[in-house]
Structures are given as C-alpha cells and as structure tokens.
Design a protein around this ligand. Sequence first.
Ligand code: HAM
Length: 409
Amino acid sequence: MADKISFEPPRGMRDFYPEDMVWRNKVFDAFRAAGEAYGFEPYDACVVESYELLARKAGEEVGEQIYHFLDKSERHLALRAEMTPTLARMVAQRQKELPFPLKWTTIAQCFRYERMTKGRKREHYQWNMDIIGEESVLAEAEVIGAAVDALRRMGLTTDDFKVHVSSRKYLGELLAKSGIGEERHAQVFLALDKRGKMPDAEIAAMLRDGGLSDAEVEATFAIMDVKSYDGCPELVELFRLAEVAGFADALQFDIAVIRGLSYYTGVVFECFDTKGEFRAIFGGGRYDNLLTTIGGEPTSAVGLGFGDVVVTELLKSRLGADAAKGLKGVSVGFMDDAQRDAAVRLAAKLRADGERVDLALRAQKPKRFFSRAGASGAAKAVFIGPDDVEKGVARIKDLETREEKEICL
Ligand code: HAM
C-alpha cells in the first residue's frame, strides 16, 4: 500500500478553512478600507522574483530566510520575503513616467524560512503602504495614520496598541557624538535590533565584533536610555502632525526601535500590543536610498508592512474567538420535494433583490434546517412546508429576535 500523504500543510504554511477566512476577510477589509480612506492606489506583482533583487548584505536576517530555487532554465528565482524590493523595482522601471509622489498599497503574500515562534510563520500576508517621492514627514504621518485607522476599523483602540517611533538618523547622530563613526552604524543597528530577543551580554559581544571598544559599547547602551526626541526635528514634527490628525495617543517615542532591515535611513516605527504579549503588529520607516541601491534615480520613500498573523491573534484575544462572525443573509429550506421549486423560486427572488441566500439542497425536517441555519451565521430563515405553498405565503424568521413576518412565495 502506498504511504499515506500527510494531511497537514508544510510546516509554517497555513490552510484557511471557512472559519479562518472570516477572520482573514475582517482583517483584509480593514486594510482595504483604510488604504482607500487615505487615498492609496492598489498595485500587485508576482510572488516569484529574481533572487538577485532579493539577495542581501551579510548579517541581515531576512537574507538567510529567502526560499530560492533554480528553474528549468537555470534562472535563480525566489519567493518574495517582503514587497519592498519588488516595489522599488517596479518604480525604477517607470521612474520617468510615474507621477510622484506615489501612494501605493497592496496585500502581498510573503515567504520567510523563519524559526517558528508565536506570531511568526513561514508564509504571511503583508499589507504594504508606501509613499514614494516625498521628503516631508507628513508622508510618515499619513502611512502611520492609515495603519492606526485600520486597527480601529478592526475594533481595537489605542489602549490595545501603541506605535513605537524613533529615527535612525537621530540615533546615528547620538552615536556619532559618542565617537562611533558612520561606517560602523550599520553593524550597531543590526546588533541593537536584537535587544529584547537576546541577552544584552550577547549584544555587547556583537558590538565588540563590529569594532566598538568597551567604552563605546557602554556609551551605546546609555543612548538606549534616551527618553527625549527634542533633538530630532523630524520626530517633533511627526508628533505634532499626529496631534493635528488626531492619532497622537497612538504614538510613543522609543529609541530602542531600530528595525532589522538595513535600508531604513530616517524615521522608523513598530507597533506593539500594550500588554507586550505578541510580536510586532506592523513596522516600517523611511528608506531614502533603496532605489539607488538597485540602480534607480535617488528617490525618497516611506512605508510600512502590516502582517495578518499577529493582528489576528491579538483580535481573537481582545475581541473573542467569535467576534468576526457577523449575522448575514437568509437561509431558505423546504420540508418535502414538492416544495423544492417554491424554495428555488423564492431564493431567486431574494437574490435578485440583492440578498445573500443559502438555499438548502435537499428536503429536511424543520429542526435540522433551523439548527444548521443558526450555526451558519444566517440572519434570517424561511422554511417552506406544504401548507405554505398552498397559501402562497411563508414566514421569514429573524434568527436573533425570533420575530416572524410573512413573505409571498
Ligand atoms: P518587517 O518588519 O520585516 O518589514 O515586516 C513587517 C510586518 O510583517 C511585521 O511587523 C509582521 O506584522 C509581519 N511579518 C513579518 N514576518 C512575518 C512572519 N514570518 N510571520 C508573520 N508575520 C510576519 C518589512 O517587511 C518591510 N518591507 C516593511 C516596509 C514596507 N518598509 C517599508 N515599506
């Protein structure tokens, strides 16, 4: 006998059963609605990219996590781990024609060979919001504002989450004041990004490997205690704009936000749940040099990636496992085959009126019909028996209030 194939998806990949799709749709609907409310245009691209575009500088974790392969013509291809390099490529391809600043959005499935922990899978959907070609910090304010708006649409409040904001440029200036030159900043950023994920002693060792003296390591840790952003005009302006736009309560300065990707150049941010139970909800920042590193013209850019995994865990924990279920539509059933045509006709009429109708596929007892209709999340139900067909009228029942009204057949 042949070996039985496992019914599990490959490790780290997810199946979406209908009850999972209810959550996914709730999250995606909020992403799309917020993107639209903030005037972003949708774009998309294939999940397969050339490996060359995605290959990274040494040390960057995401580079080691790329799924890549040779196709039958020996092309070196990869599954995207994030959307940003693809976005940069698409912009570079049409740099002369595009009407900057661009405000583009997408929900992209991404693949990373991650160590599996809570909130981290090997595949996730990531909502991306990017503004390309705008230097003003209003660009940061708009992408963060949109992400906060999406969280609010999902039913969360700023008691549930905070967006931690910092600036790599500011951190760079503070490091430079302590005598740590720019050429060593990339190393320092990579090491500091690991804070909270590994012991400080290991981070100190990484910093020393990056060429920092003991005194410089100490100065670096002291900088991590800085509580004021007064010395950073971009952050002062960002907090002011957030006040004007009405989401300042969602922001909090946090010098420890570094971000693991090396392309960020200015403001960086990461959103966390206030209880500190989950991994980052979303993250992003300003990346003014990415287009030039792939051969495009110098272009300023700001953006964020907001995954579906962590926010769904957070929503289930804060709103309850059933919170995504909304009562919708009408279930139509019938007692005997003699009423089947009447049921089909009624379903057609209701559908023509724009109703969402779940028509029973076979005759059944009323008890069974109503219990299935209730479990399916229908708002209303009509059950057609022999007498109803004779009278030409049936009763439509509101499954929540139990009220009944007559409906013509
Ligand atoms: P990132 O911080 O690597 O940034 O990912 C952004 C978000 O995607 C995370 O905060 C998390 O919600 C989600 N995410 C990432 N990896 C996983 C995973 N393995 N499993 C589940 N969720 C995950 C970026 O990717 C940047 N490209 C974002 C960006 C866009 N920056 C500028 N524009």
